[in-house]
Design a protein around this ligand. Structure first.
Ligand SMILES: Cc1cc2nc3c(=O)[nH]c(=O)nc-3n(C[C@H](O)[C@H](O)[C@H](O)COP(=O)(O)O)c2cc1C
Length: 443
């Protein structure tokens, strides 16, 4: 079978451009209206996307007065989307730093049952410094500590999802036997961070466990992804860095004893599509004209863990010395590497840097015709930069609709994308194996 591209729709605000929330083509629905999420997921399902994805942060952005970026809690939203869609995969973000593993394991097991095996978990350690203060802490939990905790968290939740054998439930009303009690066992985990007896109080879900998605790209983040992730989101601003990331992560996964096709790598792509390239560029300028540089400046500061950029003039070229060394950043480390890399290469002014980040926060942005976008995707897919894309439409639903109407048929005609859903579960869409229960592994 020829290799096919995988596509995920990243739903955020009324689009990924910083100013999308106030754009005339954006959805008229409130960001707290479940119909907004249902509408986007249904449009993506019509386009045969593998999945939709909801990000999450555990603190309110300081710029809320001037930026429309509130959202509903993703696990709750997925339950609604599971009932509003039939085939598309559903991925929610949840934090290993600020959630108890037992709670998370039962929420995702429930969602896997509710959705008929379509759920995925974006595993995050929560980089946002202000989140700590909502969970009893005073300041940022260090990068190293977050990943150490995350590693143990994975051991616990995997144990819980395997604490029921697949055939543990009999539900034999005539004989009066509901389950084989010896096919359900505790996990008795006691580690540095967690003490969890188990078993989970619910049978194993259709997929065994949710599809594991991860998006950390620092050295530690990549090693974590290589051990656990089945789909990897990443922000890359150039094809060359995407190729280097792809090769590195696949090699790390193989070194962990995993099959190369069991880790699907999806760089972010924010495409602005129009009938001509000039029209697409004009639309980018119109969107950028709606941005507020002070919102961008605050957001930049948050990425760098609260670093103060208020003294930097908007129109003087930047140098890497204007930024803290990414290796010392405890927040979104790999994204700060992307930003400092861009400054080193292009020496933009702060205004230009903020305009470029306004598009999709350091993900790849492209403006062009449907053919140009399809060519770009094909090039990345065939040249070892991507197994597919995390599609981040600048304005929702307008840019998603153009993508579905114009780009997907081109990809299909080129044999690069499915023409119908073949599988039922998210694992099947991504070509991922169903993990056997530990009971079966033990024979
Ligand atoms: C597409 C994408 C989506 C992400 N979504 C979230 C999110 O919802 N919540 C979060 O705390 N971090 C999110 N992150 C951040 C990553 O989980 C990670 O913390 C960040 O990339 C820094 O990684 P590093 O610490 O390994 O450098 C996302 C990253 C990417 C590329």
């Amino acid at each position: 079978m020829t290799r096919k591209m995988h596509l995920n729709l990243f739903i955020q605000s009324r689009g990924h451009h910083e100013a999308s929330w106030r754009h005339p083509d954006a959805s008229p629905l409130a960001l707290t209206d479940i119909r907004f999420y249902e509408d986007m997921a249904q449009r993506a399902e019509k386009g045969l996307f593998d999945s939709i994805f909801l990000a999450d942060q555990l603190a309110l952005d300081a710029d809320v007065g001037r930026a429309g970026r509130t959202w509903l809690e993703p696990i709750t939203v997925l339950a609604a989307l599971a009932r509003a869609t039939n085939r598309i995969g559903l991925i929610a973000t949840a934090s290993t730093t600020y959630t108890e593993p037992f709670n998370l394991a039962r929420q995702f097991a429930s969602l896997d049952h509710i959705s008929g095996g379509r759920v995925g978990w974006n595993i995050v350690t929560s980089w946002l410094a202000t989140a700590a203060r909502n969970f009893g802490g005073d300041g940022q939990v260090s990068h190293a500590d977050r990943y150490a905790r995350g590693e143990e968290f994975m051991q616990v939740v995997k144990g819980l999802w395997d604490s029921w054998a697949d055939d543990a439930v009999i539900d034999d009303r005539a004989c009066g036997q509901y389950a084989k009690a010896d096919h359900i066992r505790p996990i008795d985990h006691a580690g540095a961070y967690y003490k969890v007896a188990g078993p989970l109080n619910m049978p194993r879900g259709p997929q065994g466990r949710p599809v594991f998605v991860q998006a950390g790209s620092s050295d530690t983040g990549r090693r974590f992804a290589a051990r656990h992730a089945e789909a990897v989101f990443t922000a890359q601003m150039e094809k060359a860095t995407a190729q280097a990331f792809y090769a590195d992560l696949k090699a790390l996964a193989v070194a962990e004893g995993r099959a190369v096709d069991q880790v699907q790598i999806l760089p972010g792509l924010s495409p602005l599509i129009a009938a001509t390239e000039a029209e697409a560029q004009r639309q980018v300028r119109a969107l950028n004209d709606l941005t507020d540089p002070e919102v961008g400046r605050r957001r930049l500061s948050s990425r760098f863990g609260g670093h103060d950029f208020s003294h930097l003039p908007l129109d003087k070229p930047l140098s890497p010395e204007d930024f803290p060394d990414p290796g010392t950043v405890e927040a979104a480390r790999s994204r700060t590497e992307v930003i400092v890399g861009l400054v080193r290469r292009e020496k933009p002014t702060l205004r230009q840097l903020l305009a470029s980040l306004a598009g999709a926060r350091g993900h790849y942005t492209a403006a062009g015709t449907p053919e140009q976008i399809a060519d770009l995707m094909q090039g990345w897919f065939e040249d070892g930069a991507a197994d597919g894309f995390n599609v981040m439409p600048p304005v929702l639903p307008a840019s998603l609709d153009i993508f579905v109407a114009e780009v997907i048929p081109l990809l299909q005609r080129r044999g690069l994308f499915r023409t119908a859903y073949e599988g039922e579960t998210l694992r099947e869409h991504y070509g991922l194996a169903r993990p056997p229960s530990a009971f079966h592994a033990a024979g």
